[in-house]
Design a protein around this ligand. Structure first.
Ligand code: MSP
Length: 506
């Protein structure tokens, strides 16, 4: 059995979970559900990033201690993920002892390797990014000079005696490593951006603060606490037991995919692999870099006042309607524009009119023409080739961390089956072997569709599975065997039930 370990970014707890956070978390959930279907032993990690100036300030504003504040917000993320049917295997908080132990271990290894040194630094710092910027990276916003290119707010000038991580030493090693591992970062256009950052030249970065209390102390100099990104990135190792002498972290490490947004590529694809090289830890096998879901062309952010709460949307389109939309609408890696109209449009076309309609009409015809008992498919059905192509393309889509491609491939079988029914019109024919053959084929296609669609729309997949007569848990199906044409046994009771996706009026 192969192991498959996937992570999301750990989310800052200065804001409540929003659509942008839900996006990456749903991609990770679908990808890991796919790998469970393949029979892999899966570990899916998400969590919360709880240290640093940004959180301390948010706690101050709320009149709470940082610990009280984070203790209140972190569960909101866990709850939101539960309501979105996220099947994470672990949820890490950076305030946990296991995380602190891993950070101390990683820091000590880099320090012992001579890659962390004390120095004085003065620079322009964005608290929103928790990053220093160079002058040429800053932008002017509405006549205000020296603003952060991401947050569009003025940066602060900070001068500190800090420990520095000697990132500049890793330029060639990183380029060599990426050259030897083509395709590790997906998709290609995002990978090229990351390589561009390295080729643009790497500057040492400060990894400690004396002015901050809310963080993890450096093991060799406890007057300093760790810079939030050094702290945060280590969560991925902490969850494998790194830093715990009782555990062998290489049982799960190296990670298969870090799923991240395009705004945190520098930290994940430049800082992190260099830190790991320094510490003598293997590098990740892959990174999946997503674009942003924009609202009216802007990144969603608390400060922008355009925050969309995913939990409000599931009341309208259901959990699966929402999951399907975020996975299928926007090609992974590109920016997408979120709109309510877009969400409902996608729901009506792909879910109500395509999948929902197919399931309903199959059940209706089987009730009328086959006494409610599903017939077996034909081995030489004209749909068998469509099913084989849909499966192969779905596999390729998930392999490429391209959910929209995987789902389009799966839905190609939904469309082919609807077209097959329309050309055969079994509802007009007399009951008999011809109708049985057509309906057996359609049921078999629905069986395969429900398995392939399960990673994206788990509840719907289980519902279709049961309506075509199975009583088992669809999550127990195993690919590729379960996608082979011909396994629908016939003789099962088919039920119609309520519409899976009632049409929504805009
Ligand atoms: N805490 C850091 C990550 C540390 S990982 C070791 C952080 N947190 S965040 O909560 O601000 O953002 C987490 C992720 O959510 C980022 O990858 C970011 O791209 C993503 N999103 C936040 N808003 C988004 C959208 N509007 N659209 C898509 N994803 C965006 O950064």
């Amino acid at each position: 059995m192969s192991r498959f370990y996937v992570t999301t970014p750990i989310y800052y707890v200065n804001a409540e979970p929003h659509l942008g956070h839900a996006y990456t978390t749903i991609v990770g959930d679908a990808l890991t559900r796919w790998h469970r279907l393949l029979g892999d032993d899966v570990k899916y990690l998400t969590g919360t990033d709880e240290h640093g100036l940004k959180i301390q300030q948010a706690a101050d504003d709320a009149g709470k201690t940082p610990q009280q504040f984070t203790d209140e917000i972190a569960p909101k993320f866990a709850d939101a993920w539960e309501r979105l049917d996220i099947a994470n295997d672990d949820f890490i908080r950076t305030t946990e002892p296991r995380h602190k132990a891993a950070v101390a271990e990683l820091l000590q290894r880099c320090y012992d390797a001579g890659d962390i040194e004390l120095d004085t630094y003065s620079g322009k710092y964005c608290v929103g990014c928790e990053l220093y910027y160079t002058d040429d990276e800053l932008v002017e916003v509405d006549g205000v000079a020296e603003c952060c290119p991401i947050h569009k707010r003025p940066v602060e000038t900070l001068e500190e005696e800090n420990y520095f991580f000697r990132l500049s030493r890793f330029e060639d090693r990183l380029l060599d490593w990426y050259a030897a591992h083509p395709g590790a970062m997906k998709p290609d256009n995002r990978a090229n951006e990351a390589i561009g950052l390295i080729k643009g030249g790497l500057r040492d970065f400060s990894i400690s603060r004396t002015s901050l209390e809310w963080g993890i102390p450096l093991p060799w100099d406890p007057d300093h606490v760790t810079y939030v990104w050094f702290d945060a990135l280590t969560n991925y190792l902490a969850a494998t037991g790194f830093g715990d002498p009782e555990q062998d972290y290489t049982d799960w490490w190296p990670v298969d995919y870090h799923l991240i947004g395009k705004d945190i590529v520098r930290q994940h694809c430049v800082y992190w692999p260099a830190m790991l090289m320094s510490a003598g830890v293997e590098l990740p096998k892959g990174w999946g870099i997503g674009g942003w879901l924009l609202v009216d062309g802007e990144k969603m952010a608390k400060s922008g006042g355009n925050v969309v709460n995913p939990l409000d949307l599931i009341d309208t389109v259901g959990v699966d309607g929402f999951r399907y939309y975020v996975l299928a609408e926007t090609p992974y890696g590109s920016d997408g524009d979120f709109s309510y109209e877009g969400l409902v449009g996608k729901y009506n076309s792909d879910l109500a009119n395509n999948l929902g309609n197919l399931a309903a009409r199959v059940a209706t015809v089987v009730a009328k023409k086959c006494d409610g008992t599903g017939p077996a498919p034909r081995a030489d059905s004209p749909l068998a080739a469509a099913a084989a192509t849909a499966y192969a393309d779905t596999v390729r889509g998930w392999d490429d961390v391209a959910p929209s491609k995987a789902l389009d491939a799966t839905w190609s079988l939904v469309r082919a089956t609807n077209a097959y029914l329309e050309s055969n019109e079994p509802w007009k024919a007399e009951p008999g072997p011809e109708v049985d053959a057509v309906m057996g084929d359609a049921l078999e296609a629905l069986r395969i569709v429900s398995i392939l669609a399960f990673p994206a729309v788990p509840r719907t997949a289980q519902a279709v599975w049961e309506r075509i007569g199975f009583t088992s848990d669809i999550a127990e199906q195993r690919l590729p065997e379960a996608a082979a044409w011909g396994a629908y046994p016939g003789g099962l009771t088919v039920t119609k039930g309520d519409p899976l996706f009632p049409r929504i009026k805009l």
